[in-house]
Unconditional design. Structure first.
Length: 190
């Protein structure tokens, strides 16, 4: 637990499952241990609610995966994958996740956002303006530098991937480099 975290804080956890899934797959060829992510994100504090945002693509064992997330303690929010004319596909929860945070802000002291998506930067700004501590759990290699610079606390899963991944972990691939202000992020990261 960090000094600004204490056991009486009420915490909301918001997990962008697709963002974490593809980051783990593309960097390490592995899968995220969402139970470990929840445990580390809570850091012994009081859980108000934990949401896992998923896209239904009607593939393989996704129903079993969604049920496993529920057993761990997440409220699973499902959305269908959109398929457009021409075959392009889209599936994201950006607006839904943001609306849930806005609704939860009066009930929480800290929000833990598990995502590296820079689209959430303004959400962090809003939560902080309402007195809510903002924390990010993400893979640093694929996390937006905007999020790293905006959050009160960052847990970079790349620093100890074996702690957060399930199964065999491949040698890390770096899909792209992000622009980081090392001095700013180093003081906030674990």
């Amino acid at each position: 637990m960090m000094p600004a975290q204490h056991k009486e804080q009420r915490v909301g956890v918001f997990v962008d499952v697709q963002n974490m899934y593809y980051s783990a797959k593309n960097i390490y060829g592995s899968k995220v241990d969402f139970g470990k992510v929840l445990s580390v994100g809570l850091a012994g504090r009081r859980l108000v609610r934990a949401f896992a945002y998923v896209i239904k693509a009607d593939v393989g064992a996704e129903k079993d995966f969604f049920e496993a997330l529920q057993k761990i303690g997440y409220e699973v929010k499902e959305k269908d994958l959109q398929v457009f004319l021409g075959g392009s596909k889209k599936g994201d929860w950006d607006v839904g996740l943001c609306m849930d945070v806005v609704r939860m802000v009066p009930k929480i002291d800290a929000m833990v956002l598990v995502s590296g998506d820079g689209d959430y930067t303004e959400l962090l700004e809003y939560a902080r303006s309402q007195g809510v501590r903002t924390e990010i759990i993400a893979f640093g290699k694929t996390c937006s530098s905007k999020l790293f610079n905006e959050a009160d606390y960052i847990l970079d899963m790349d620093k100890s991937p074996e702690k957060f991944l399930i199964g065999k972990i491949s040698k890390p691939k770096i899909p792209f480099m992000r622009d980081t202000n090392k001095d700013a992020s180093a003081s906030k990261t674990e």
